[in-house]
Design a protein around this ligand. Structure first.
Ligand code: G3H
Ligand code: 13P
Ligand code: ZN
Length: 330
């Protein structure tokens, strides 16, 4: 069934990014695959009065089912409105975004089933092919007033064990032309972040290339920049996972101070998924170890959801600077 995002209560990302640019914060883009993650994200953002981008990857869509996910997103908006009324606080703007769309067809499918924003990730393609594919998605998205994120530069993979060596940093001299050719609303760049929990090698200084970011900003002033791979890999979650039977070695993330600095600049959207996975896993492992008699999923997924919610509240307040910004989005 085709449905436009406005009838589901979503907004596109344009007014969010305008406010983020004006006030020096980044909009949180948190991934979800299941109900507990979605509840935690929405409750944390309502509590902190932060705008939020709910992100759905291709894998999440396959895992949870595309129809169910759209309805969950719609349900999240309705829940947010009800809870806002109960608490006597303002409603928050919520966008539903396709993360790492890998084809025109997938973007079309999402746009037609209620997404208000899509990413077309042509970053692995040659420059002109990336620009052409992205433009094709933009032309379709415009017909539905859906925002589009493109990507230039390649983040290092998590699997290749040489994460930091695998980056292809975004070339500042290309961004102006790419943004014009592709017509995107925001641009994801590669400046040393990467997906997953192993972003740097032991002994390596965890550092992103803020100098490249500044150079990019000079070329396209006022244009919304996106950072993928921005989990910080909280040490206490990693310690808890390992204490309760897990085996995570050399997990290193992006220092939160650097993300805060990026959020103050043209970075308007920061993507975080792995931190949520770590926090949930730590809590579930703890309960499985300390309460081996427990077998009601609510008794371990509930506390995992609460831990997740607490983490998102911290992120909004102290890393992204998005707390309190919802009323500024017009
Ligand atoms: O950027 C990748 C996101 O963390 C989504 O990951 O494809 O495993 O759902 P996924
Ligand atoms: P992390 O793996 O660092 O959380 O990055 C998530 C992301 O970029 C989603 O698109
Ligand atoms: Zn990503």
């Amino acid at each position: 069934m085709k449905v436009h995002y406005t009838s589901l209560g979503f907004v596109n990302t344009k007014p969010m990014f305008a406010a983020a640019m004006r006030s020096g914060f980044a909009v949180p883009a948190y991934n979800f695959n299941n109900m507990e993650q979605l509840q935690a994200i929405v409750m944390a953002c309502l509590e902190t009065q932060s705008p939020v981008i709910l992100q759905v990857s291709k894998g999440a869509r396959d895992y949870a089912d595309r129809t169910l996910l759209s309805h969950m997103g719609r349900g999240a908006v309705e829940m947010m409105k009800r809870k806002a009324g109960e608490k006597g606080v303002g409603e928050i703007p919520i966008a539903l975004h396709l993360d790492h769309g890998d084809s025109f067809e997938l973007c079309v499918s999402c746009i037609e089933t209620g997404f208000s924003s899509v990413m077309i990730d042509g970053s692995h393609l040659p420059y002109t092919e990336n620009a052409a594919l992205t433009r094709k998605v933009v032309d379709f998205a415009r017909l539905h007033d859906v925002s589009v994120e493109g990507e230039l530069g390649v983040l290092a993979g998590v699997e290749d064990e040489v994460a930091a060596a695998g980056h292809t940093y975004t070339r500042p001299e290309e961004v102006e032309d790419f943004v014009r050719r592709a017509g995107v609303d925001s641009l994801a760049i590669s400046i040393g972040t990467s997906h997953g929990a192993f972003k740097f090698k032991p002994g390596q200084k965890p550092e992103i290339r803020l100098d490249i970011l500044r150079e990019i900003e000079k070329r396209i002033p006022g244009f919304p920049i996106v950072l993928h791979g921005s989990s910080s890999v909280p040490g206490d979650a990693v310690v808890a996972i390992n204490r309760y039977g897990g085996r995570l070695k050399d997990s290193i993330g992006i220092p939160e101070t650097q993300l805060r600095e990026a959020a103050r600049s043209a970075v308007c959207k920061i993507n975080i998924d792995s931190d949520g996975r770590l926090v949930m896993t730590a809590k579930i492992r703890e309960i499985f170890t300390l309460k081996p008699e427990e077998f009601d999923p609510r008794k371990y997924l509930g506390p995992a959801r609460d831990a997740l919610c607490a983490m998102y509240i911290e992120k909004n307040k102290n890393v992204l600077g998005s707390a309190g910004q919802a009323p500024e989005i017009k």
